[in-house]
Design a protein around this ligand. Sequence first.
Ligand code: AMP
Length: 398
Amino acid sequence: MKVLVINAGSSSLKYQLLDMDTERLLAKGLAERIGIEGSVVTHEPVGKDKVKFERPMETHKEALDIIMRALVNEQYGVIKSLNEIDAVGHRTVHGAESFASSVVINDEVIEKMEECSVLAPLHNPANLIGIRACQEVLPNVPMVGVFDTAFHQTMPKEAYIYPLPYELYEKYRIRKYGFHGTSHRYVSLRAAELLNQDLNQLKLISCHLGNGASIAAIRYGKSIDTSMGLTPLAGLAMGTRCGDIDPEIMIFLRQHGYTTEELDHIMNKESGILGISGISSDFRDVEQAADTGNKRAQLALDVFHYRVRTTIGAYVAAMDGVDGIIFTAGLGENSASTRSAICSGLTYLGIKLNAEKNSKRGEEMVISTADSATNVMVIPTNEELMIARDTVELVQGK
Ligand code: AMP
């Protein structure tokens, strides 16, 4: 069974085509600058040279038309006909309380997703555009939505209710939802396999550290707390996002003349590692500057590490212990110095890193020593594979 995985943003569309009989990737690619000057599709067929199509694309449908032609092209295609695509799995961001697991997309699901759009105005409408474009291009192919929030729907009320007037939850569904759920779910499943232990007996803390960053407490296979909130702005310091701050700061700044739009921009685009360092939102640049003695760059990293370490501590408390800590996503998978800085403050968990293993990049492995009281692992995330697996399960079970 071949599954096309789609991740649609407002002006971009990422795709992967997977052969799910072998879980092998056949091709992947990215359409960028849709509706903007300079639109381009980069298509990467496995085992063949990558190709770029630079041409105007006004809509996601036009981008998908180019992608479909690339997939069946004689030279750089990977299938003979579009009929070989058995199902499409969509990455969908906010499912609010409507979706606790992945779903086959139908009119009712689309309607509910539209209702959730107020909670994710940047993401859900873009996901819906991607879904509608796919429905036009592949009209009779079943489609599945895999929500970033769904995995965290198992959180208990004490973890997801904000200490605000309860009516705000009842009226507007303001509560913690959490994100990166597909990634946290994937790496927790892999961690149990790597440790050769039953997931239902493990207490895991999964650190998804990329440009966006979140941590999840996963007890016996279920998320019981996570650092992002109603939106992906909460929790850790991130590339450009501030994470948790005293909410009164925003009221203070409003009184100093900042508009709501300016405050939104500051918190989402000008804060985090970029905001503190003044250098970049990319950890590589900030690490490099810190290495050459830049104090604000070092401070940005210290703040980031401190927040990760204290959030891990909170989740050890939430689960009354931890068996394994997982590092994933761009920074978690690749930065040995980040992992060692975070773990250096976790000696109370009996953590000892194996320096040689920790120095590896992007390889799935246990990086703690054999006598470390808590396992530490690097597990490259694979959200697309998780989406494709859910898609197969739901489409076959129909
Ligand atoms: P993601 O959002 O998962 O793609 O992660 C992007 C982040 O990972 C960026 O801030 C990168 O700087 C960071 N990253 C990727 N590779 C490395 C590396 N080798 N060392 C440090 N940071 C890295």
